[in-house]
Design a protein around this ligand. Sequence first.
Ligand code: KG4
Ligand code: ZN
Length: 333
Amino acid sequence: MPVILAIESSCDETSVAICDNGKITANVIANQTIHENYGGVIPELASRVHQQNIVPAVQQALAIAKIQKKQLDGVAFTQGPGLLGSLLVGVSFAKSFALALDLPLISVNHMQAHILAHFIDEPMPKFPFLCLTVSGGHTQIVLVKDYFDMEIVGETLDDAAGEAFDKTAKILNLPYPGGPLIDKYAKQGNPKAYQFPEPQIKDLNYSFSGFKTAILYFIRDSQKVNPNFVEENLADICASVQHSIVNILLNKLKKAAKQYHCTQIAIAGGVSANSGLRDTLMSLQDSLGWEVFIPKFEYCTDNAAMIAIAGYHKFLQNDFVGQEVAPMARMNF
Ligand code: KG4
Ligand code: ZN
């Protein structure tokens, strides 16, 4: 049965995982802390650090899984979407590795992989289910009909939910990436302390750019009255912002669940690590008659385990690509 080595390098995490017959036996993640100094990911720097990290990460993953190169059956990699320079490092490595070892290559879509992270461990959702995929670059409601048969039924028209968290954090002078910090401070705050308007967007789509501007003006106006407004009210501001983002996300998800008669509901992507989103979703499940699926923390943010499980299912379907494959900064399902 197949042993797959998987590479993820779409943004600022270099990650390598091994999937041994459907079980993840290694998931090495090398974080790039260098970007904290710049308030966001610097693409040029990200590619260089991937270049330094990728070979040690592969060696470490093989050692953890106690697998020798000759035992591998396939190489999966993130083809896109993501930062082109970052993707290039992972794609080039995967191609060379597969060529040297004469292994088949498996291309994986990063956003599909976030969703397929639900198939790493039990409990697993049953098809068809709805997945709210929320990351630093994407906010989508996806109708998942099968492993690789997915339809985006709603998405953001501008900023992603993760960007709304990160940009708010920047306004509050918190370091990058701010999402986890907002989550941390929100735990001590009152989520109803301040109200922010919910964007009125048609259908199942989202918009977060106006929301971000509303927060910017609110902070600016409050600081005119009290220059220490942010320092004195950080927990309440974070709790209120988080509460608003979670409400915006879940209101459209409820609408989608009704429209598609779905009760199997999942979340995926970096923002699915948010405790406000996780707790609210769990508290809703009984009243809405939903069965809710929330990934383990380590499978929410970028990781190669999700690429490995996606690669495993593609391997079972004999879905391989040739050496002409190239990274794609934008990539549809
Ligand atoms: O999926 P991901 O690791 O990378 C992308 O594919 O974009 O998502 C990263 C995003 C960032 O915007 C980060 O701030 C956000 O996920 N994030 C969180 C939390 N953990 C990560 N946002 C809110 N609360 C969290 N606990
Ligand atoms: Zn991601």
